[in-house]
Design a protein around this ligand. Structure first.
Ligand SMILES: O=C(O)c1ccccc1NCC(=O)[C@H](O)[C@H](O)COP(=O)(O)O
Length: 255
């Protein structure tokens, strides 16, 4: 599946025309994760559909979902902008940036400098760079461009050898450990427990995907994660503010 998505992205980049720059307030993604409202930072994802699960949320109102996440004290948002595989849209990200005060990660498959510039223009505060999708030198090139453009980067890895390949080149400020294998879709929070000790102390660890309950939250926190990125579990509930409270095992969202 990852190879198919990357082929689509190459085609999209060939046809890409940069949009007008949106005037939105910049908010530091890194600072928000480093100074969470509570003991473990939450990046709450606005995710309508996915390749592994199909349609996740039928009555999808991206702006209302973002407002509800903010009311539930999420520290940052992740917004899927890919149309073909996730039913996302760049306009979702811009609309959300104009509505809430949280930093927003553009969740897409970034493989080219043009997409980094596009992310700036649509109002993103951070982008995702996927270790399994990019050679370490190329990933570093995009990382430097993003940082120079004022974007933070969530550098995601699934496998240990992907992480060590990147660390041979540089130390990312934020490392995401993806609990989902993007080739097989097998998902287990054990992946965070396996990899976290190899991440340098100066990097902030985000545990991503497949986080379904409070036990998972506690497990990845114990492994060294300072933040979690959660999509489907929060999107499946009818009210996203309450969904955050349920996930963190509290009555109200102030976990
Ligand atoms: O979610 C998928 O099925 C997927 C398939 C192929 C590539 C990427 C995919 N997901 C992107 C993500 O990073 C997740 O949306 C994110 O980590 C949240 O995961 P979850 O909490 O399990 O929805």
């Amino acid at each position: 599946m990852l190879d198919k998505i990357l082929q689509t992205k190459k085609e999209e980049v060939e046809a890409l025309i940069l949009p007008e720059k949106q005037e939105v307030k910049k908010v530091s993604f890194y600072d928000a994760l480093k100074n969470p409202t509570h003991t473990l930072a939450l990046i709450a994802e606005v995710k309508r559909a996915s390749p592994s699960k199909g349609l996740i949320k039928e009555d999808f109102n991206h702006v209302q979902i973002a407002r509800d996440y903010e009311a539930g004290l999420a520290d940052a948002l992740s917004v899927l902008t890919d149309q073909e595989y996730f039913m996302g849209n760049q306009s979702f990200l811009t609309d959300i940036k104009k509505t809430v005060n949280l930093p927003v990660l553009r969740k897409d498959f970034i493989i080219d400098p043009l997409q980094v510039e596009e992310s700036v223009r649509i109002g993103a505060d951070a982008i995702l760079l996927i270790g399994e999708a990019l050679e370490p030198a190329k990933l570093h090139e995009l990382y430097v461009q993003a940082k120079e453009s004022g974007l933070d980067c969530l550098v995601e890895v699934h496998a240990l050898d992907t992480l060590t390949g990147i660390l041979d080149v540089f130390t990312p400020q934020i490392v995401g450990i993806n609990n989902r294998d993007l080739h097989t879709f097998v998902t287990s929070v054990e992946q965070t427990r396996k990899i976290a000790s190899y991440v340098p102390k100066e990097s902030l660890i985000v545990s991503e995907s497949g986080i379904v309950n409070t036990a998972d939250i506690l497990s990845v926190k114990e492994a060294g994660a300072e933040a979690v990125l959660v999509g489907e579990t929060l999107m499946r509930e009818s009210n996203q503010t309450e969904a955050i409270a349920h996930l963190f095992g509290v009555k109200h969202a102030n976990r």
